[in-house]
Design a protein around this ligand. Structure first.
Ligand code: PLP
Length: 415
């Protein structure tokens, strides 16, 4: 038998009941878990005057989730027009919105400006583009790409190959141009890491931004009001991995803050983040039923979910833990590829995974699908996107998005 199975907030009986009323596949998000993650992050940084986590909307773009996070004191990080509208509809407005986009259309800058969101520019040429399309607001943040000064990791790649952000020289030039154009309040952003479990990376990021803010102050006399460390805190997708110790990140950053910033006139420098995955990722589950078993050169378990419901395994080779409901305590005596039905051989949720003996009709749960799961879904092969349920603290399930229908799917066609 392998490592201990990952725990679940619901039972086979509860899911069987839900699946009788609503056909699989579907997503379930656990409200208590999401609230706890949001609180843990806020608590870890409670020493920061004006700490704010802007939840990355693209991770779980559902107004019910955003409303919960708003109650927990989070803002929203948006990167597109529809994410801005969704955020506004969830009641998050003004500087509780960070607009971190790239290759940005004029209409999106106009919308961000209308909402008085904090606009975080991806490129020095976007200063004049923003001025022409929407006008320059009083507060602007700029995204720094450190190039070869930092290493990045597998999901996000090397900074010098990444399309995002200003070079080091452009940060100084950009700040000066922005000041000339009337900007009064400045922010510095970066995001060089994705799904990272090592706390040192985030401490290193804070150091890099503190140093840059200090240099900007010395060279230009401009006081940076906040730094935004981006998202990228990882989650333990594998049962043997441990969650990131948020207090370790926070205490590491605190020591740097006291050393570098506290005694300067940059104090109080606000610290902000825009994490998605660490907030909702561990608290979302994709539930699917076994349709077929196939025994050829390998053994295959065919699900009624496919890569169109969750593309991370196919796209990044990402590990998602899989539980066969009701068989948590059985020996993992079989090796299977767990597949969906797309006409693509990378439509596999797992490759050569040890599982208990699976039968047709079994319900399986794919773990850690709460961020970049449903939202990355697509309609290839005409597959329809699934419903989403919120598991409330009393254990009941609220449908927070219905499943797509054929009518939805055909709605844009002219027959
Ligand atoms: C995707 C993204 C995030 C969120 O990343 P997580 O891995 O979900 O924390 C934050 N900021 C930007 C700019 C992003 O592109």
């Amino acid at each position: 038998m392998g490592v201990k199975d990952k725990s679940l907030p619901f039972s086979l009986v509860e899911i069987e009941k839900l699946a009788r009323e609503h056909p699989t596949p579907f997503y379930i998000y656990n409200e208590e878990g999401i609230r706890k993650s949001a609180r843990d992050l806020n608590e870890a940084f409670s020493w920061v005057d004006g700490f704010r986590e802007y939840f990355a909307v693209k991770a779980t773009p559902n107004p019910h989730i955003l409303a919960i996070l708003k109650e927990e004191g989070l803002g929203a990080d948006c990167s597109s027009y529809s994410e801005l509208l969704l955020t506004e509809r969830a009641g998050i407005t003004g500087e509780n919105i960070m607009f971190t986009s790239n290759d940005t259309p004029a209409a999106e800058f106009q919308e961000a400006k209308r909402l008085s969101a904090i606009i975080n520019l991806d490129d020095i040429t976007h200063i004049s583009f923003l001025e022409k399309s929407a006008g320059i607001p009083e507060v602007v943040s700029v995204r720094y790409n450190p190039g070869s000064l930092r290493e990045g990791n597998a999901i996000i790649g090397k900074p010098e190959e990444a399309k995002y952000g200003f070079t080091r020289d452009q940060i100084f030039e950009g700040y000066e141009i922005l000041r000339e154009k009337g900007v009064k309040r400045f922010g510095l952003h970066t995001m060089v890491i994705s799904n990272e479990l090592n706390p040192d990376y985030f401490i290193e990021t804070a150091k890099m931004l503190f140093d840059l803010a200090i240099e900007v102050k010395e060279k230009l006399g401009i006081k940076t009001e906040f730094i935004n460390m981006g998202g990228g805190i990882g989650i333990p997708y594998k049962p043997e991995e441990k969650p990131v110790d948020l207090n370790q990140i926070s205490q590491g950053i605190k020591a740097l803050y006291q050393d570098k910033i506290a005694a300067t006139d940059l104090h109080p420098l606000r610290i902000t983040m825009e994490c998605g995955r660490v907030i909702t990722g561990p608290h979302g589950y994709l539930v699917s039923e076994v349709l077929h078993l196939k025994d050829t050169y390998r053994k295959y378990v065919g699900l009624d979910a496919c890569m169109a419901n969750l593309m991370r395994p196919g796209m990044y080779g990402a590990y998602h833990h899989i539980t066969v409901l009701g068989k948590e305590d059985e020996a993992q005596g079989e090796i299977y590829d767990i597949t969906g039905s797309l006409c693509e051989n990378n439509d596999k949720f797992a490759i050569e995974r040890a599982l208990p003996k699976v039968e047709i009709g079994d319900l399986v749960v794919i773990h850690d699908a709460g961020a970049h799961g449903h939202s990355m879904g697509f309609n290839y092969n005409g597959k329809l996107r699934s419903a989403e349920f919120l598991q409330k603290p009393d254990g009941s399930f609220d449908m927070i998005r219905r499943a797509e229908t054929i009518e939805d799917h055909f709605a844009t066609l002219n027959f």
